[in-house]
Each structure stands twice: as structure tokens, then as C-alpha cells.
Design a protein around this ligand. Sequence first.
Ligand SMILES: NC(=O)c1ccc[n+]([C@@H]2O[C@H](COP(=O)([O-])OP(=O)(O)OC[C@H]3O[C@@H](n4cnc5c(N)ncnc54)[C@H](O)[C@@H]3O)[C@@H](O)[C@H]2O)c1
Length: 160
Amino acid sequence: MKKLLVTGSSGLIGSEVCLYFAHQGWAIHGIDNNQRAIFFGPQGDTRWNQKRLASELKGFVHHEIDIRDRTAILDLIDSLRPDAIVHTAAQPSHDLAASIPFDDFETNAVGTLNLLEATRQFVPDAPFVHMSTNKVYGDAPNEIPMVELATRWDYADSAY
Ligand SMILES: NC(=O)c1ccc[n+]([C@@H]2O[C@H](COP(=O)([O-])OP(=O)(O)OC[C@H]3O[C@@H](n4cnc5c(N)ncnc54)[C@H](O)[C@@H]3O)[C@@H](O)[C@H]2O)c1
């Protein structure tokens, strides 16, 4: 059975990734430390979603790891050797980022680098999917005409 490692598994996107791939027959390992409750307070708590995955997904394994913990990330990926990784653990608020710049950068940039380096060391052929954010493009892409092709969306104007 193929193993998928999902970071931010208790979050909005991560939890749905877990459900989708579990139903495709993958063994799911999630990383989340409920950091969202630190970022956003009690209303950001994601333990309920962690419990939902544990009850709905047979064999779901939760790893209580902070992605900023480089040693823990290296150890987990070394021991687990996942077939693919979907990285959704993040501080997702642009407004909040301005008030907690170090926490934001350490999770979004350094945490991502920890995962990339562990992947390079132990499972360099595993696909690594990083959610990132559409905010890097501003609003302009919403005004560019697109066409739907068989496998992807593309720009209607080849000049782009
Ligand atoms: N939600 C959207 O519509 C959307 C759209 C585009 C891109 N994205 C991007 O996708 C990613 C996930 O978004 P989301 O909406 O699922 O966010 P979310 O806040 O719902 O989930 C993120 C999860 O990561 C966990 N987490 C945060 N920091 C952590 C750390 N240091 N170690 C371990 N776990 C940690 C949180 O506890 C939370 O459960 C973000 O990068 C976001 O920018 C989201």
C-alpha cells in the first residue's frame, strides 16, 4: 500500500487531501501540532478535525510534530519513507503575517525548507506538492482569459 504524508492534516485543505487519498487506497500519515489554535486562538483549534480523520479513516496515523522541528521532520521522513508528500501546514493569513513575521516565516519558509531537505535526503523521487498561495500573483490573474484543456487550464492568449 502506498504511503502519503500530509502536513497540516488537521487543516482545511490537508484534511480533505487525507480523505481523498485514503479513499483511493493510500495509507495516510498526517503531521499537525494544532498550531492554528496558537495563530488564531480557540476558534482556530483543529483538534476536532484530527479526531474526525482518526474516526473516519482506518489506519490513519497522526504525528504531533511542529514542521519547524528540523530533527523531528528528518527522523520521520527517514523512518516513514513516504511515496508522496502533500505540504499544507502553514500560517495562512496574510494580515496576521505582518504582526507575527518571525512565526510566519519560520513556519511558511523554514518549515517548508525542512520538509524539502528531508525529502531530498531520504525520498528524492517522491512527488512533493506544496500548496503555497495564489496571493503571490495579486489579483491580475483573475482578469486574464483562460481556456480549459484536457488536463489543465491554460492562458487563452499564448503571449502569456
Ligand atoms: N484555503 C484556501 O482557500 C487556500 C487557497 C490557496 C492556497 N492555500 C494555502 O494552502 C495552505 C493550507 O491552507 P488551509 O486553508 O488548509 O490552512 P489551515 O490553517 O486550515 O490548515 C493549516 C494546518 O497546518 C497546521 N500547522 C500550522 N503550522 C504548523 C506547524 N508549524 N507545524 C505543524 N502543523 C502546522 C495548522 O494547525 C492547521 O491545521 C496554506 O499555505 C494556504 O496559503 C489555501
